[in-house]
Design a protein around this ligand. Structure first.
Ligand SMILES: [Zn+2]
Length: 286
């Protein structure tokens, strides 16, 4: 196997027009970090000008190289770059120049497509954007750009509601004014329906008022926790729906109450002599 093919296989590069210089691998300090830098060349014969689409053979000539540094996925824990010499062309038909194209990286970008795919894959998991940025050695705004490009925002259907609705709340992002946001799911398909910034009653009432009464009447069951405003909401806006308390929240309430009482009882034995100290320890330990 040739050196170029070996490096291509290692770095998972498919572009046939890239060749690697032998002894081209170096360790360099980039942005304060020791990095691995491979050196390669991108060259081919261009037959068509991208500006004027001229196909005349004599019109396009080779016009030197431009070099760029492309971020690749890490190789053996090293931040890895490819210093790529890209062929520059000049077109005599339109007197303009252009640079050789590669599938490795998009135009005007120094982060390789493979790194972007890896970021997109990590975005599917519950990892923060800043942590992904740290892992992939890119800026948080680069992660955000990948997010915007790969994921379409959820289109919200405002005309229908499912038969079973599940309500819950979660601690939202910093930018949101409310401390707790509201989330709603279809109980049968388990698909997320929508997120409302604030879970307080006036906000939810305003939100659900968008649905007509006939649509709201199609909801048969609402699964939620024991947050009192949900009951008022359901009574007012979902006249035909039945409230179902989620088992999870019931079990959670029981275990929290039990824990609270245990700690209260345990603390009464504190600083009460030796026998009481034993009871304290037992309650704490078991
Ligand atoms: Zn041209």
């Amino acid at each position: 196997m040739s050196y170029t093919n070996f490096i291509k296989e290692t770095l998972d590069i498919l572009d046939l027009n890239i060749t690697f210089n032998e002894n081209g691998l170096k360790k360099e300090r980039i942005k304060g970090r020791i990095c691995q830098v491979f050196s390669g060349t991108l060259d081919y014969a261009a037959h068509v000008c991208p500006h004027c689409e001229s196909k005349e053979n004599t019109a396009i000539i080779r016009w030197g190289f431009t070099t760029c540094l492309i971020l690749l996925n890490d190789v053996s824990e090293y931040q890895t770059y490819l210093r790529l010499k890209k062929r520059h062309f000049f077109c005599y038909s339109c007197n303009r120049s252009f640079v050789a194209k590669t599938s490795l990286v998009e135009k005007h970008c120094s982060i390789s497509t493979k790194v972007k795919l890896s970021i997109a894959d990590r975005l599917r998991k519950t990892t923060s954007m800043s942590e992904i940025a740290r892992q992939k050695k890119v800026s948080v705004s680069s992660v955000y750009r990948v997010l915007k490009r790969f994921y379409e925002p959820k289109k919200i259907n405002r005309l229908t509601l499912p038969e079973v609705l599940c309500f819950d709340e979660f601690k939202s992002v910093k930018q949101v004014a409310a401390s707790i946001s509201f989330i709603m799911m279809d109980g049968q398909t388990k698909q997320l329906i929508d997120v409302v910034e604030n879970r307080q009653l006036p906000f939810l009432e305003r939100y659900f008022s968008r649905f007509s009464l006939s649509v709201r009447k199609t909801v048969k069951y609402i699964v939620c926790d024991m947050y009192a405003p949900y009951f008022s909401l359901v009574k007012k806006l979902f006249p035909t729906a039945q409230i179902i308390l989620d088992c999870f929240h019931i079990v959670q309430l029981i275990s929290r109450t039990f824990l609270k009482h245990r700690i209260q009882r345990m603390n009464t034995f504190l600083h009460q002599g030796n026998t009481e100290a034993k009871k304290y320890r037992h309650l704490k330990k078991y």
